[in-house]
Design a binder for this molecule. Structure first.
Ligand code: COA
Length: 362
């Protein structure tokens, strides 16, 4: 290119730049509009919540006064439950403040994922991350069962510290984005980080040599359980997507129960097996704490494994009780998720059709 051509190119580029400026202005205006719509949604959401609380309070007062509950009241209660489930789903589409833990680790960066599909993708990635790391842990644990090599043991334990630490961050992000993950399962990973940290500084003495084999078996076992959990969670995610794609809000109580228990009944014995294993580890460590060479790590780990056993047992039994007793509430939650998903699928389909029409006309 000579100078003349360069100048001509530059002139040409100017008109392209004007186009970019117009698109960017449009984009900024839309972003502002989105911000306004978000705060409007939040206000309306608060309004709905406030009025629902007033109605629920009035119903409770009527009940305490001894007013008999007729069909209209029962229907109204069901409608309130449905509306609450829908409000939860609407809330999940709005940006949220980071939890204290995330603010400490990440600062005030926005981790809200506003698109449901991206949320599913993030959850899917989280499950895959757990699966890959469990596969690596399984291989390392099996190797450690056959090879007595300290650096290999340290690699596995260090991997566990990093893995559980990462899980706590990912789960906090999931929570900000509306996941219903129970507090204990998140706390469980904080405790597991501490357990792995203590294991890392446990000196290589006789109690460790006696415990090593049991620990490696445990890691191999929970890696297999993790694979089963992955299969179960992927199944739930897949069925939820299928339910949403059917554009059908109705699911019978029988359908719902088979929907919910599918996959769970074969996972549960393995989960309980894991908890019994944790109790066995606590017992083994307790016995080892009387060993003359035992350091403080042994008794602390015994207490932590006992804590893990009891809290896991308690949480899983509570989850199962809720799943069997809270059928109606859960059904509405499920239907709300499926409904929102079906709306988004419809919006995506509409966008896709629009794009096709536009490209055809071009
Ligand atoms: N880790 C991470 N997320 C979990 C979880 C866990 N252990 N248990 C449940 N969740 C999530 C679910 O994916 C769901 O997320 P969403 O709201 O984003 O869709 C939410 O929490 C609510 O789940 P819930 O309906 O209460 O349970 P579920 O049917 O998804 O799973 C179990 C039930 C029992 C299978 C599951 O809790 C589990 O696997 N627990 C055992 C964990 C454990 O003990 N690990 C150690 C093994 S030794």
């Amino acid at each position: 290119m000579d100078v003349e051509e360069c100048l001509k190119e530059w002139e040409d580029l100017l008109s392209d730049y004007r186009r970019l400026e117009t698109v960017n202005k449009d984009y900024i205006a839309k972003l502002e509009e989105v911000g306004e719509l978000q705060s409007q949604c939040m206000k309306e959401l608060e309004h709905q919540r406030y009025r629902i609380n007033v109605i629920s309070g009035a119903l409770k007062r009527l009940e305490t006064k001894g007013v008999t509950k007729d069909e209209r009241v029962a229907n109204l209660e069901k409608e309130i439950m449905k509306r609450k489930a829908m409000l939860h789903e609407i809330k999940a589409t709005l940006p949220k403040q980071n939890s204290l833990y995330l603010r400490i680790i990440l600062g005030n960066v926005n981790v809200s994922i506003l698109n449901k599909n991206d949320k599913f993708k993030y959850k899917d990635e989280y499950e895959k991350f757990k699966l890959i790391l469990s596969a690596i842990a399984f291989v390392l644990a099996v190797l450690n069962l056959y090879i007595d090599f300290r650096p290999l043991q340290l690699i596995l334990i260090f991997l566990l510290v990093w893995y559980y630490c990462t899980l706590t961050i990912r789960e906090s992000i999931l929570k900000v984005n509306g996941s219903r993950i129970k507090g204990w399962w998140r706390l469980h990973h904080f405790v597991s980080t501490v357990v792995a940290g203590i294991l890392l500084i446990w000196p290589q003495n006789e109690p460790w040599n006696q415990f090593r084999h049991t620990f490696m078996c445990f890691i191999a076992y929970i890696s297999v359980v993790q694979y089963m959990q992955f299969r179960y969670q992927s199944g739930v995610l897949y069925r939820l997507k299928a339910l949403g794609a059917r554009h059908n809000m109705d699911i019978t109580i029988e359908g719902f129960h088979s929907w919910m228990w599918r996959g769970l009944s074969y996972l549960l014995p393995f989960l309980f097996g894991g908890y019994v294993f944790q109790l066995y580890i606590a017992y083994t460590l307790y016995n080892l704490s009387y060993h003359p060479e035992a350091t403080w790590q042994v008794s602390y780990l015994a207490a932590l494994y006992l804590l893990l056993h009891f809290c896991n047992m308690y949480t899983i039994l509570r989850t199962l009780r809720k799943k069997t007793q809270g059928g109606l509430k859960l059904r509405y939650k499920l239907r709300a998720i499926a409904y929102r998903l079906s709306n988004e699928v419809a919006v995506l389909e509409q966008k896709w059709r629009q794009n096709r029409v536009e490209t055809k006309s071009e």
